[in-house]
Design a protein around this ligand. Structure first.
Ligand code: TXA
Ligand code: MG
Length: 328
């Protein structure tokens, strides 16, 4: 686990790929991103092709430092500055008014743009050497589980990406928290690596997390972050009986076993005991889901963690993984 420093020549190669309009998969502290030069509309369009993502779904522009914010956005409210100051580099994405440097290809035609400064030495080295912004969605096919290792990226995208920078496994493990900071009170569009509690402590006011909103945010579609196996959510104390029942019915069941039941016997094809620490759970979550797919599970039985701290992001991803598939 942990971070692997990319060599200077890897970074130089990656900068060359970006300048030539190519795609570079880069590690961040949250998940791996599929990066292109934010100011090259053709390269940005290639991201959508490779991901199989509808072009109306906007991307995040990654910057090398908070000082670059005003080069890319306009009308930054005081609350947004405060959040950038406190949480960058880090797993927080701010939605702000688009500056002229951001092509509409990157924003899905919106007049707002999502920006963040990632907290990973390889991403920061790349962004510093490149100098510009890098648009990067998570480096997975649209709707599937985000990659948290370089091998996951290769398995997802293969030759469709020109270069994969290996930065080890991602320390946060779930995507950034997205905050719409264009209006008066900031609104959480997607819970993620920075907790609601941390945001509220800095802002000094409670924050709303809309249950559903924003059709423009694919992370808000019911089935997103989904493994191939169907995901069923039950109460923690019902996980073991549900798994046994489904196994008897002939399913290859993968179980995300709540920490409180870690020592109990389980009848299932594959069992992962969920880490008691929410940080470790978030770090491992996508790897667990991928492992169930790799082991041939057709059904995953899980329960939701308590929805506070990182538990809010974990529960959000599990709910979406369990959501109806037809709506993607
Ligand atoms: O941690 C992360 O955020 C990772 C790493 C690579 O930085 N990136 C990521 O990107 O998760 P992606 O594309 O998978 O998710 C970005 C989300 C999408 O749900 C998108 O709709 C939303 O950000 N988004 C981007 N621009 C937006 C905007 N202008 N308004 C509202 N939502 C926006
Ligand atoms: Mg994604």
């Amino acid at each position: 686990m942990g971070r692997v420093a990319a060599s200077t020549s890897d970074i130089e190669k990656a900068v060359g790929v970006l300048r030539d309009g190519g795609l570079v998969a880069m590690p961040t502290e949250t998940v791996y991103g599929l990066g292109a030069n934010a100011e090259d509309p053709a390269a940005v369009s290639r991201i959508f092709q490779v991901k199989g993502r509808p072009p109306s779904h906007p991307l995040i522009v990654h910057l090398g430092s908070a000082e670059q914010l005003d080069d890319w956005v306009q009308d930054v409210p005081a609350a947004a500055r405060l959040l950038a100051e406190h949480f960058w580099p880090g797993p927080l994405t701010l939605v702000l008014r688009r500056g002229p440097r951001v092509p509409l290809e990157a924003t899905g035609g919106l007049e707002t743009v999502a920006v963040r400064v990632p907290d990973h030495p390889v991403a920061l080295a790349l962004l510093a050497a490149f100098g510009g912004g890098v648009t990067a969605p998570s480096a997975n096919r649209f709707g599937s589980v985000s990659p948290t290792t370089a091998d996951d990226v290769r398995a997802e995208l293969g030759d469709a990406v020109d270069l994969v920078l290996d930065g080890g496994s991602c320390e946060v493990g779930v995507e950034s928290t997205i905050v719409d900071a264009t209006g008066g009170t900031p609104v959480i569009l997607r819970p993620g690596g920075v907790t609601r509690e941390d945001l509220e402590a800095v802002l000094g006011c409670p924050l709303a997390v809309p249950a559903t909103s924003h059709v423009r945010v694919p992370g808000q579609h019911p089935s997103h972050y989904a493994p191939r196996a169907r995901v069923v959510l039950v109460e923690p104390e019902k996980v073991i009986t549900e798994a046994a029942l489904a196994s008897e019915l002939g399913h290859q069941v993968g179980v995300l076993l709540p920490a409180a039941f870690a020592t109990e016997p389980v009848k299932a094809h594959a069992v992962v005991a969920v880490p008691a620490s929410m940080a470790a759970y978030a770090r491992g979550l996508y790897g667990f889901l991928r492992e169930f797919d790799q082991r041939g599970c057709d059904l995953i039985v899980a329960s939701l963690p308590v929805e506070e701290g990182l538990g809010l992001a974990i529960a959000n991803r599990l709910r979406r993984a369990a959501g109806p598939r037809s709506t993607v």
